[in-house]
Design a protein around this ligand. Structure first.
Ligand SMILES: Nc1ncnc2c1ncn2[C@@H]1O[C@H](COP(=O)(O)OP(=O)(O)O)[C@@H](O)[C@H]1O
Ligand SMILES: [Mg+2]
Length: 552
């Protein structure tokens, strides 16, 4: 507390806690390290799974770093920053989340050791920054460009990303689907492509097996045609996309209508029915033969639609409506009075099909050939979910290389190579920064080390052999093959990853670790308005007026 002329100056609210200097740093580092420790055992194809149980008792079994951290409701602010690392990595490149979090955690662990040796945090941050810049340069230099029509490479990239996830025997099938799907949505811009993964819609349905997962050129809606009297298939469609109910509005409050004789009753019902018929008339006069509605459709409206041979689907998810709009070129209309022919979307066919016990609607031959859907099938709900995460990783890595066709070898190969280069660089830099740069090199080596550890191999032996392999000419792609336990040329083995994934992992790890290191003051405002017990000091009872009413 600061005093001015004997008067205390309060700048923080009562109940605010404050940690300064070393205490703040240590607390932050500790929290971040714990988060990294949690995901460490999941790294690589032989990593373990985590079982997550949420507050409602729902169980998720996964190996996916981003999912684990997302589901773990972490509280500590610096632990939350680590979760952000995973999220950024996932959003930017879709893979390498565990790698990024492990590296950030290890950087902080190394920083803690340097702090113990009285190296100033600013120096550490600066050393890390130099090491990261040098590694980025080397990454660019070492990455191998390839031709996008080389299907084997594309397939291996997808397979490497899916190695650690539970899709087992269906990997090849999933890799093929991922490549096809991304190629469909890719947009050529000069020499390169731009890919918006959001154009790929994933729909999940339990039943059958992973091998029955299929790619659909179009959109799949997990709903059925609303009324059995409607056509089950419509060709050369004109689709009205509605974000308004085809129902009569219910009043907010309950109203009472007194009806005294049967004719009045009939008039009332006729009026309702006429209004619904009007709505259908508006749709019909626009020329639409299919209605995709985000809201509900009343039974009477359904009846009139069926009579006009118009197919209708109700309560479609907002995200699916947006995809439909993009795919069919139709405009989502929020007021039926605004609907006209220009707003209608086009698809060659809209068809209801039976998938196991459920019915789904397939919209195919769309105006925009770039929209595709993937229907994931698997026996169990949990398998369907993990299959979706795998497929997502595969889609992302393929998209990454479509945008930047450069690869590096996995299995810790690229990390080991970068570490070797960094050690040389560190001696050139010298001074105290050298310590931070060397620490950075050993953080990179944590990746092959952890892969080995998770595969039950001896990490020390592996690291020694790996280092000596990298000293040899053409040794730059040697990594740990976790299935054979040997040090092998991973590029030749087809264990390959996009350059983009490694770049982003490095970048997010360094940024978050540096940010956490630069903090030397934590000011936390208290969550509960009640002051801690004992607050108030001598005579703090302050008379009965301070007591809650219940205490009197
Ligand atoms: N067959 C393999 N042998 C050794 N390492 C592999 C193999 N397949 C993938 N890897 C490595 O596994 C790591 C990725 O593991 P993963 O659990 O997917 O974590 P992340 O969330 O970081 O992508 C990468 O370093 C990758 O090179
Ligand atoms: Mg991965």
């Amino acid at each position: 507390m600061t005093y001015l002329a004997g008067q205390p100056i309060l700048i923080l609210k009562e109940g605010t806690s404050r940690k300064k200097g070393k205490d703040a740093q240590r607390a932050n580092i500790q929290a971040a390290k714990i988060v990294a420790e949690v995901v460490k055992s999941t790294l690589g194809p032989r990593g373990m799974d985590k079982m997550l149980v949420d507050s409602l008792g729902d169980v998720t079994i996964t190996n996916d770093g981003a999912t684990i951290l997302d589901d773990m409701d972490v509280q500590h602010p610096s632990a939350k920053m680590m979760v952000e690392v995973a999220k950024t990595q996932d959003d930017e490149v879709g893979d390498g989340t565990t790698t990024a979090v492990i590296m950030a955690g290890e950087l902080l662990k190394k920083a803690e050791e340097l702090l113990d040796e009285k190296v100033h945090p600013t120096l550490i941050v600066h050393g890390f920054k130099q090491a990261a810049e040098e590694s980025m340069k080397n990454l660019q230099k070492k990455a191998k460009p390839f031709k996008l029509d080389d299907r084997d490479i594309l397939k291996n990239i997808a397979l490497t990303a899916m190695h650690s996830k539970g899709v087992g025997g269906a990997k090849e099938h999933f890799a093929d689907i991922a490549i096809e799907a991304v190629k469909q949505v890719a947009d050529k811009r000069g020499d390169s492509y731009s890919v918006d993964i959001d154009n790929i819609q994933i729909t999940k349905k339990e039943g059958r097996s992973l091998l029955d997962t299929e790619l659909v050129k179009g959109i799949i809606i997990d709903k059925e045609v609303v009324n059995p009297g409607m056509p089950k298939i419509v060709k050369e469609t004109k689709i009205a996309l509605l974000d308004c109910p085809l129902e009569l509005e219910k009043t907010e409050f309950s109203a009472e209508i007194r009806i005294r004789d049967p004719t009045q009753m009939k008039a009332f019902l006729d009026e309702e029915s006429r209004m619904l018929k009007d709505m259908v008339e508006k749709i019909k006069s626009s020329g639409a033969n299919v209605v995709m509605c985000q809201k509900g459709i009343d039974d009477t409206a359904q009846h009139y639609l069926a009579k006009e041979r118009i197919m209708a689907i109700r309560r479609i998810k907002k995200s699916d409506m947006e995809k439909l709009s993009r795919a069919t070129g139709g405009k989502i209309v929020t007021n039926l009075d605004d609907l006209n022919a220009a707003d209608l979307g086009y698809a060659a066919t809209v068809e209801e099909r039976k998938i196991t016990d459920d019915k789904m609607v397939f919209v195919q031959g769309c105006k925009n050939p770039r929209s595709v859907g993937i229907l994931i099938r698997a026996g169990l709900e949990r398998m369907v979910d993990e299959a979706e995460r795998s497929l997502n990783d595969a889609l992302h890595v393929i998209a990454d290389v479509m945008m930047q066709p450069k690869i590096v070898a996995g299995g810790g190969a690229i990390e080991a190579e970068l570490a070797k280069e960094l050690k040389d660089f560190a001696t050139k830099v010298g001074g105290r920064e050298q310590l931070a740069i060397e620490a950075f090199a050993s953080v990179l080596e944590m990746i092959p080390r952890t892969l080995a550890e998770n595969a039950g191999l001896n990490p020390i032996d592996i690291l020694v052999n790996l280092r000596s392999a990298h000293e040899k000419p053409n040794g730059q792609w040697y990594g740990v093959n976790v299935f054979t336990g040997k040090i092998e040329d991973m590029m030749k083995k087809g264990i390959i990853e996009p350059l983009k994934v490694k770049e982003q992992a490095l970048k997010s790890a360094v940024e978050s670790a540096s940010m956490i290191l630069r903090i030397d003051d934590i000011v936390a405002s208290s969550k509960s308005p009640t002051p801690p017990p004992g607050a108030g000091g001598p005579g703090g009872m302050g008379g009965m007026g301070g007591m809650p009413p219940g205490m009197m």
